[in-house]
Design a protein around this ligand. Structure first.
Ligand code: ADP
Length: 664
């Protein structure tokens, strides 16, 4: 039996020498190189047998494995990007358009070289400086006087201005003041042959970044510009440009994110925020912990092997509940362009520049996202698909993908249009297409299995009967059809985490003492709507043909089934009112008329959110007529024809207008 000695025990010096060589060769940013060297010094003092030594070694190894300066080069071809987005996604026109605009701006800004403006009346000085800075890889422009310098600054954004002090009508000091006032993000370095202590003090007071006296060494200027650039803050216009994709599951958020990465030629990775319990998941554990690890952001960057991947932060709206620490502030450090240039992961304990990472955040609903975060994001709303869109996506993408995925050939299996329709209608109930894809996958898997059986490989056509054979009896019956209209039960539309849905609000009465009982998923907001609905009916009893004292000696019980998100509470007001009115008048409420609207005590109908998702939910449930507030007219006008098709939308201003639409 052979014994292997760990190399760090047998030859600690060699290990350290190797590490030292790696540190020098790793192109680390100066500040990180310093930290690494210090760590090496500490290691060389403590013995290799101590636990600290191993911890330190692991740490250094990790530090060195990060892509500090490694970036993939962006593909800036917008036409190609458009093609890639189209190849992978059916429909979503407005969304794709906005993504492309966002990309164009972001990419232009992220990839522009640092710009330096030289203002000097001496041609030789201008030329010398321009030559040196040009070789540094900057975009350099030069101006012979302050006036033309200022014109140049109006035309383009510059990061650094190098200016002479004495020249023409307007001197360097005035130029400095104007630049600080009009372009606060631009750093100004004064270069002068007439240096005096008071003028240097004045310049620094007025906000100059530095003051260099002629004759200067070119190296000195080069270093100073480099320092100024390191400190530069991003211009205001890049703020708030993290993309946020908001919408129900299965509507293409993730796959669009992937397509963006593909189009740019960047690495893609995903971080699920949903399950996170601890700030350390984002920002890492301090190294003093045993088994300390870096946070997910740094981990993903290491895995991507590049400092500018596209990182998708999934389910931002699910963070928060039982989270240890403050998730919003941790995420701000990651997402905010002001802060993320020097993001400090607790494990690394050294700043990592996240500013060229492209972050895309996803959320099902926006309500639960802290305002500080929401303000910094450009929200793009994804909404559910119509039945026709789903069928088209299935035909073009999901079916071929699943057939290939299960080891079959696309010319061996065919789904008829009726079969796809049947799967959508009877085996799924969703705004997006996740379950649809799963169902298609199940069918393909069963076909794959059969093709290995006695009958062997053969052509398979999946028709509606085959769907039932493969998937069993229909699993969803969320239709309004097939049941009778009932007294005291009204159909409502609500927005949920998964898009939109229909609910049936029930009302019942019994002997009692004027009590309003509420059960089901009633948040405080919905309780208030129920109160408002009842008060409105009581104060207008006569106009509905009810006795003034109908509430004497009885209780009314309202039940709202689960599913509605609490925020959407008020929009159930009109549905509750109709359920109660139906109960009290004995007129059955039409099941195939679905309602959404907030009501006031005086019976006015106020606008609601999520109109598109609600209309789509109504169509899924075979609702014929949708009643919505007139104040939502603009939302309705925005709906594409294919969404509005086949559904009768009635806009109302007052509860009184709804009565005859709903009650038989
Ligand atoms: P989300 O991230 O919104 O939950 P996904 O991006 O995971 O949704 O989409 C679910 C599935 O549907 C994926 O297989 C995706 O490729 C597909 N998909 C979604 N939207 C479209 C679309 N517009 N065209 C084609 N396929 C789509």
């Amino acid at each position: 039996m052979k014994f292997f000695k760990r190399s760090d025990e047998s030859e600690p010096d060699k290990t350290l020498d190797d590490l030292r060589a790696r540190v020098t060769g790793a192109r680390l940013p100066a500040s990180v190189e310093r930290i690494a060297s210090q760590e090496l010094d500490v290691l060389s003092k403590i013995g290799p047998s101590s636990a600290e030594f191993t911890i330190g070694l692991t740490y250094l190894d990790y530090l060195l494995s990060l892509p500090w300066q490694t970036k993939t080069e962006d593909n800036l071809d917008i036409d190609r990007a458009e093609k890639i987005l189209n190849e992978n996604h059916y429909g979503l026109e407005r969304i794709k358009e906005r993504v492309l605009e966002h990309l164009a701006v972001k990419v232009l800004r992220m990839n522009r070289k640092a710009r330096v403006l030289i203002v000097d009346d001496e041609e030789i000085a201008r030329k010398n400086l321009a030559h040196v800075l040009d070789r540094e890889g900057y975009d350099v422009a030069a101006a012979p006087d302050a006036e033309s310098g200022l014109r140049e600054l109006e035309r383009l954004e510059f990061d650094v201005v190098l200016t002479d002090l004495r020249m023409g009508k307007v001197g360097g000091m005035d130029l400095l003041e104007t630049v600080r006032r009009r372009h606060p993000e631009t750093r100004v370095i004064i270069v002068t042959g007439f240096a005096t202590v008071p003028s240097a003090i004045e310049a620094m007071k007025k906000g100059a970044f530095h003051y260099i006296t002629k004759p200067y060494k070119l190296d000195e200027v080069r270093d100073m510009v480099r320092q100024a650039l390191e400190k530069r803050t991003l211009a205001a216009s890049t703020r708030g440009t993290v993309l946020c994709f908001a919408g129900p599951p299965g509507t293409g958020k993730t796959s669009l994110g992937r397509a963006i990465a593909l189009a740019l030629g960047r690495k893609f990775s995903r971080i699920a925020l949903g399950g996170m319990k601890d700030e350390a998941d984002i920002r890492g554990h301090r190294r003093t912990y045993v088994g300390a690890r870096p946070g997910r952001v740094i981990e993903e960057i290491r895995r991507a092997g590049s400092a500018n991947p596209v990182i998708m932060l999934d389910e931002l709206d699910k963070v928060g509940q039982d989270f240890k620490g403050d998730p919003a502030s941790a995420l701000l450090e990651v997402l905010d362009p002001e802060q993320n240039r020097s993001f400090v992961d607790h494990y690394l304990d050294a700043p990592f520049d996240l500013s060229s990472v492209m972050f895309i955040v996803t959320a099902n609903v926006l309500d639960t996202i802290p305002a500080a975060l929401r303000d910094r994001m450009e929200v793009i709303e994804f909404s559910g698909f119509t039945q026709e869109e789903k069928a088209e996506i299935a035909r073009r993408f999901l079916v071929p993908k699943q057939i290939r995925d299960k080891g079959l050939a696309t010319d061996q299996v065919a789904f008829t249009a009726d079969a796809v329709d049947r799967i959508i209608h009877e085996y799924t109930h969703e705004a997006g297409i996740r379950n649809l894809e799963r169902r298609i996958a199940t069918v393909c898997r069963k076909i794959a299995k059969e093709s290995l059986g006695p009958e062997g490989r053969r052509q398979v056509t999946v028709d509606p009967a085959a769907v039932e054979r493969f998937l069993g009896k229909r699993s969803h019956q969320h239709d309004v059809v097939g049941e009778h209209d009932r007294v005291g039960v009204a159909t409502g539309l609500v927005r949920t985490e998964t898009g939109g849905d229909i609910i049936f609000v029930e009302a019942a009465k019994m002997k009692g003492r004027k009590e309003l009982l509420l059960t089901g998923s009633l948040g405080d907001v919905m309780r208030e709507s129920a109160q408002a609905a009842l008060s409105y009916i009581r104060s207008n009893a006569a106009s509905f043909g009810l006795p003034e004292d109908f509430f004497e000696n009885q209780d009314i019980h309202i039940h709202v089934p689960s599913g509605a998100i609490q925020k959407d509470g008020p929009s159930a007001g009109i549905t509750i009112a109709m359920a109660v009115l139906s109960l009290l008048t004995g007129r059955p409420a039409r099941r195939d008329v679905a309602l959404s609207g907030e009501i006031t005590l005086t019976g006015r109908v106020l606008p609601v959110a999520g109109v598109r998702d609600k209309v789509l939910a109504a169509k899924r449930a075979s609702v014929r007529t949708v009643v919505l507030p007139a104040k939502n007219r603009a939302d309705i006008d925005e709906l594409p024809e294919r969404v509005r098709q086949g559904i009768d939308i009635r806009l109302v201003d007052a509860v009184s207008e709804v009565v005859d639409i709903v009650l038989a």
